[in-house]
Write a protein that binds this ligand. Structure first.
Ligand SMILES: Cc1cc2nc3c(=O)[nH]c(=O)nc-3n(C[C@H](O)[C@H](O)[C@H](O)COP(=O)(O)O)c2cc1C
Length: 168
């Protein structure tokens, strides 16, 4: 099987990580994988904020009232924003995030999409947060990814076979 197919079929959402940090080289590859995604009219309407500072990840986790650590103690959080004025900002940003998850898998890292960040960064109470992290004005949060060395290897989820039609 090709490496791409191998990454597609073996990626799992990882919700437990070791303390091992993601290296600068790995982070660069992850960001480039996101930037290499296709986008409507090639607008590339995304903006990625990579956070490796543990205290900042913990502070974000504490902003809304949730029982468990939404970031699963991961060493890297990538929050993904998109331009409100773009043609299809959510679709484009989601494709970039898909690329980053597959790149993580190819690098031997685990990842998980974490929706929690969307509720924090799009909350009027925390309106200044994204600007303070360099996000351009009029961008909104689409979601986030936690990434790191997996401390678990979950089984594949059962695939629903009733999700396609093939016409020959
Ligand atoms: C849009 C989206 C939002 C998700 N939000 C969360 C989340 O907030 N927390 C979480 O632990 N997993 C989240 N997930 C991961 C899914 O639960 C996971 O992809 C699904 O259960 C299938 O498992 P797999 O990724 O291991 O194949 C999200 C996935 C997507 C695509």
């Amino acid at each position: 099987m090709s490496e791409v197919l191998d990454a597609i079929f073996n990626r799992r959402s990882i919700r437990s990580y070791t303390e091992q940090p993601v290296s600068r080289e790995q982070l660069d590859i992850l960001m480039k994988a996101g930037q290499a995604a296709p986008s409507a009219m090639n607008q590339q309407p995304w903006y990625f904020v990579a956070i490796q500072r543990k205290e900042m990840i913990e502070e974000l986790a504490s902003l809304l009232n949730v029982e468990e650590d939404p970031y699963h103690n991961a060493p890297l959080l990538i929050v993904v924003f998109a331009d409100k004025k773009a043609y299809s900002p959510v679709t484009d940003a989601a494709l970039a995030m898909g690329n980053m998850m597959l790149a993580a898998q190819a690098l031997g890292l685990g990842s998980c999409w974490i929706d929690y960040s969307r509720h924090v960064f799009n909350h009027p109470q925390f309106a200044g947060l994204s600007r303070s992290l360099g996000v351009p004005e009029n961008y909104f949060c689409v979601g986030s990814l936690v990434i790191g060395t997996p401390a678990q290897q979950p089984d594949a989820h059962p695939v629903n076979p009733e999700t396609m039609t093939v016409v020959v």
